[in-house]
Design a protein around this ligand. Structure first.
Ligand code: ZN
Length: 303
């Protein structure tokens, strides 16, 4: 390459760098830049996270938010970052706090989720809850303008891979970790993992009747086997594999201690009263501890 071409190339590169810096600065403080072209809107006070992933061929979004005002903030950010549309909306779970905002992006976005996500949404009372909310608080009407429940267009079983532009998205169905249809998403080239709500960030999860701690531990083991660098959970601050380690340690300790008490002949009620977990003193969501103990009791007694 001659001198002049080099100089031209140099100025193009500088221009591109300047552009990307100014783009990142335009996003408000709630957006955290994870890697080039990957931005997470971190939910306030434990609300769900949304992540924007730019590709050469359009945008991929991970979850759409609980409140349309947040979904619109994400859409505004997308418009600042690129003129391309949101092509795919990958859904980590079907609960309302991750899916209410779908209508803000779809159409044109195609919604992808694990098998059972659509049934779970249809069986829920999401639509009624939104109608009730607007009836009680008319000031929210404009925020929910155009609301309708958008169920997934594509449901996969077990595992699937999607390629958009230069990026690869690997989706893994996680069994019995939180909802009826949880998806972990892995970006192998960028080494970014989205473990859905299978883990909390120094926070106890609400373990519903369908959740199994042994299944959660195998999901954590599978995810730890990926060569990961960044972990972006369904709720809470993005971090590292430490998030997975903390949850693994907690569940192992919890089941071990429950087992010990069961072996001493204690009933579930006695276990609930006697079990102490000083290791998670600084974790939030302690009101969920009783259902965590019940879930561990099922694991300890094989029920
Ligand atoms: Zn959920």
């Amino acid at each position: 390459m001659n001198h002049k071409a080099n100089a031209v190339l140099h100025s193009i590169v500088c221009l591109l760098l300047l552009t990307s810096v100014s783009v990142a600065q335009e996003l408000d403080a709630q957006f955290k830049k994870i890697k080039d072209g990957i931005f997470t809107y971190v939910g306030t006070s434990g609300e769900s996270n949304c992540t924007i992933i730019l590709t050469q061929d359009g945008v991929v979004l991970i979850d759409s938010g609980n409140f349309p005002k947040d979904s619109r903030a994400v859409l505004d950010a997308v418009k600042k970052l690129t003129s391309q549309p949101v092509r795919l909306l990958i859904n980590t779970e079907p609960h309302a706090d991750h899916t209410t905002g779908h209508f803000v992006f779809s159409p044109p976005a195609v919604v992808v989720a694990a098998a059972g996500a659509g049934d779970s949404m249809r069986a829920s009372n999401i639509v009624e809850r939104v109608a009730k909310l607007i009836a009680e608080k008319p000031e929210l009407r404009s925020q929910y303008e155009g609301y309708r429940m958008i169920t997934p267009h594509v449901e996969y079983r077990d595992r699937t891979t999607m390629n958009v532009g230069e990026r690869t998205f690997e989706l893994y169905y996680l069994k019995n970790v939180h909802s009826e249809a949880d998806t972990a998403m892995w970006l192998p080239k960028e080494r970014v993992l989205f473990p859905a709500a299978s883990v909390g960030v120094k926070r106890l999860n609400n373990l519903r009747a369908n959740v199994s701690i042994p299944d959660t531990l195998s999901a954590i083991k599978m995810m730890k086997g990926l060569n990961l660098e960044v972990v972006i959970p369904g709720h809470g601050q993005p971090g590292t594999a430490q998030i997975l380690d903390d949850n693994e340690r907690y569940y192992n300790l919890l089941v071990d201690r429950v087992k010990q008490l069961v072996q001493q002949g204690k009933s579930l009620e006695q276990v609930k009263q006697e079990l102490k977990m000083p290791e998670i003193e600084d974790w939030a969501g302690k009101d969920r501890f009783p259902n965590n103990v019940e879930t561990a009791y099922r694991a300890a007694t094989g029920n």
